[in-house]
Design a protein around this ligand. Structure first.
Ligand code: NDP
Length: 414
């Protein structure tokens, strides 16, 4: 049987997925890369051909149109659709998969262009339709969400009877040399970072509740292995929404991301003057959305690869109990921007997202992760995914600490 894999989206992440699927050609078969701007697909296909010898096929698609998607998926006879376009396209692509009976995977939860709100509600609502169509949807198969969920499932399976607290840590210590740029789609990145913070904890009655904070209101200094101390800020991040449902005994889960001073100063200034606005404004008789205009001005994240130096460290710091005794571990992965670029011509943020997208799709195609309905990553056996991470370019480490130890240097608020 010759499989056919449809990748939608030819940005930084799409480039990595295309490379990695080509490097696993025996699993993915014929690979078709489709996106809004076909010239970007062609450029990626040319690079993949040059570096791996594998021929990709390219085509244009408007992923906002369900009927266009249905036509394309039927024409190709795709076995799986890997969605690495923008979160705005999740629902249309899922709908097209339902209509054609084809498995679906993405790396980020649905967002409506007009409201910066991250939640799984609308994707989870497709559970029955996915079941009825006899297909599987794997949600959030990037790094965070994605690998972070798998790390939590692995910790739950092998290290704890109960996990009580999880801090998901995301540090990018890479330097691209620009005063200000984002490492993935600027619009999506700035919407995420400028939104209010939120974390989850159980109250005295044992009920889970979400606590909202002002954007960047909680700051902590974490000591990241292989990088060192970095100021990190509490953000809301989508994997927490599914993890609170699936991790036993959880009492608190938070997400921290590191930011440099220059990034924060620029972002604050842009926010103060209205450049992060998502509502259209009138300019010389034309309507423009400030954050879309800003995206046009900022460097294309796909172009940062060859200039970025330094490392990323993303992991989960978990505390809980095993056989009645307290336990503390940090499971993490370190990537090097220059090594990622040397392999697939992308910086580490795209690399660490694209590799897990390929692995999720590989496990689905091979029937190792299977089911009917819509799933988050931690619902499956983490072991085969963890093995693939080691062999596909994202080797991970586990640090066992003293039960009362901390990687946090100070617990200060900003
Ligand atoms: P880019 O902006 O670099 O790429 C997005 C691609 O999608 C572009 O090629 C764009 O086309 C294409 N696209 C946008 N709209 C449409 C449409 N209507 N029809 C067809 N194609 C479309 O983004 P990234 O590659 O950085 O990110 C891709 C995804 O990965 C995003 O959803 C992002 O949120 C997610 N992500 C997930 C992470 C994780 O760890 N889970 C981390 C980082 C990113 P065009 O070239 O014409 O603009």
């Amino acid at each position: 049987m010759h499989r056919k894999t449809l990748i939608i989206g030819a940005g930084g992440v799409g480039n990595v997925v295309a490379f990695k699927c080509a490097m696993n050609e025996a699993v993915f078969g014929k690979i078709i890369l489709a996106s809004r701007t076909v010239s970007k697909c062609d450029l990626i296909a040319a690079r993949v051909k040059e570096k791996t010898g594998v021929q990709l096929y390219t085509t244009r698609i408007d992923a906002d149109s369900v009927s266009d998607l249905v036509d394309l998926i039927r024409h190709i006879k795709a076995d799986i659709v890997i969605n690495v376009a923008l979160p705005y396209q999740d629902l249309t692509i899922m709908e097209a998969c339902i209509q054609t009976g084809v498995n679906y995977l993405d790396t980020a939860n649905y967002e409506h262009p007009d409201t910066a709100h991250f939640e799984y509600k609308e994707q989870w609502a497709k559970e029955t339709q996915f079941k009825n169509a006899g297909i599987m949807g794997l949600l959030g198969s990037g790094f965070d969400p994605g690998v972070t969920n798998v790390f939590c499932a692995y910790a739950q399976k092998h290290y704890f009877d109960e996990i009580h607290t999880i801090d998901i840590l995301d540090c990018n210590a890479g330097d691209h040399g620009y005063p200000f740029a984002t490492n993935f789609n600027p619009e999506i990145n700035l919407r995420e970072v400028s939104a209010k913070g939120r974390y989850w904890q159980r109250n005295d009655q044992g009920e889970g509740e979400w606590i909202e904070t002002e954007p960047m209101a909680i700051r902590q200094l974490w000591d990241y292995p292989e990088i060192g101390p970095r100021e990190s800020y509490l953000l809301y991040h989508e994997e927490m929404e599914s993890l609170v449902k699936h991790i036993k005994g959880l009492k608190c889960i938070r997400f921290f991301m590191s930011f440099g001073e220059s990034y924060l100063t620029h972002m604050k200034c842009l926010e103060n003057i209205g450049m992060l606005g998502i509502k259209p404004v009138e300019h010389k008789g034309q309507k423009i959305v400030p954050i879309e205009f800003l995206s046009t001005l900022l460097p294309d994240p796909a172009s940062l690869g060859e200039r970025t130096k330094g490392k990323t460290n993303i992991g989960i710091f978990a505390k809980g109990i095993k056989e009645g005794k307290p336990r503390t571990i940090y499971i993490y992965q370190v990537s090097d921007h220059e090594q990622c670029y040397a392999e697939v011509m992308s910086q580490a943020v795209s690399y660490t997202t694209g590799v897990p997208a390929m692995i999720g799709a590989k496990l689905m195609l091979d029937g190792i992760w299977q089911g009917k309905g819509v799933f988050n990553m931690e619902e499956f056996d983490p072991d085969p995914f963890m093995e693939e991470l080691n062999s596909q370019g994202l080797p991970w480490q586990i640090m066992e600490l003293d039960a009362d130890a901390d990687l946090r240097i100070k617990e200060a608020g900003a």
